[in-house]
Design a binder for this molecule. Structure first.
Ligand SMILES: [Fe+2]
Length: 282
């Protein structure tokens, strides 16, 4: 089994960060011992040097070798995206491990809260989500990998978040691209309300804020745990299927099962023509 923990919206700052809650989240995540840790942005509140140094210290406490971290709109304020690169590396990280490939992108723009991926990224994304296009990239992406796309902004409106705003300006085009590329899971944050949509054959999973006081209405701090089982893990699925469970986890460690689904493994041939078409946008 492969486990992904998905955190978002830490908002490390004197005004919003809850250190006691964060300590519980660190302990809980380390007990889960995920194979991959995905953090979908808003590590900081104002992207100051102090906040980034604190964010680095806190994120280093998560004992996971494979971290996929993308910036949020708050991290790109005040030229903070440069500090992000200094401390966490590329703003568009990728990771392939044990049948799972995660492709992350920066959906933020400096000093603008609206999300934006941009046509110039579509070819790059398609290449990294297709094992045949990927041959020259020295990637470990293999055919039948579970494909995960991670970004900060929500691609689909989230209920109980008030007036819709700041959704990526090209969210429709991005959703269509991800669908054509055979993406199984989209992980995002930004709205501070946990939610899961299923669109065609793709789960779009929002995380709440993990450890800030910026919660909405009746929600609470939380994060997501995703478990992926293949046929070698369970007799419940055949070699052409995989089982996905998504849990919402509270800082106390309490887990609630949100999704339990058997999904067909998509062949690259099914996506090949579509991915090739996406390639022309580059
Ligand atoms: Fe946020």
């Amino acid at each position: 089994m492969t486990r992904i923990v998905h955190l978002s919206d830490l908002h490390i700052s004197s005004a919003h960060f809850l250190t006691d809650v964060a300590g519980c989240v660190v302990q809980g995540v380390n007990e889960i011992s995920p194979d991959i840790l995905v953090i979908t942005g808003d590590l900081t509140q104002n992207a100051s040097h102090y906040e980034y140094m604190e964010a680095k210290k806190w994120i280093d406490r998560f004992e996971c070798k494979n971290k996929v971290i993308v910036p949020g709109n708050h991290d790109s304020r005040n030229v903070g995206y440069l500090l992000f690169e200094d401390l966490f590396g590329t703003r568009s990280p990728c990771c392939s491990l044990d049948g799972v490939t995660v492709v992350g992108v920066d959906s933020s723009q400096p000093d603008i809260d609206d999300g934006h991926i941009g046509r110039e990224m579509y070819g790059w994304i398609a290449e990294r989500l297709n094992s045949k296009l990927n041959l020259d990239l020295n990637s470990n992406l293999k055919e039948f990998d579970l494909k995960v796309f991670a970004l900060h902004h929500h691609l689909i409106p989230v209920p109980m978040t008030g007036r819709e705003e700041e959704i990526p300006v090209d969210s429709g085009d991005v959703l269509e691209l991800l669908d054509r590329c055979g993406v199984d899971l989209v992980l995002c944050g930004h709205r501070h309300v946990p939610w899961v949509w299923k669109l065609n054959d793709m789960f779009v999973v929002n995380a709440g804020t993990a450890c800030s006081n910026k919660i909405k209405a009746r929600t609470a701090q939380c994060y997501n745990l995703i478990e992926i089982e293949n046929d070698r893990d369970t007799r419940d699925v055949s070699d052409t299927q995989r089982r996905i469970r998504i849990y919402r986890v509270l800082p106390t460690g309490k887990q609630t099962l949100i999704v339990d689904s058997i999904m067909k493994k998509k062949t690259e041939n099914e996506n090949e023509v579509a991915a090739g078409r996406a390639h022309i946008y580059a």
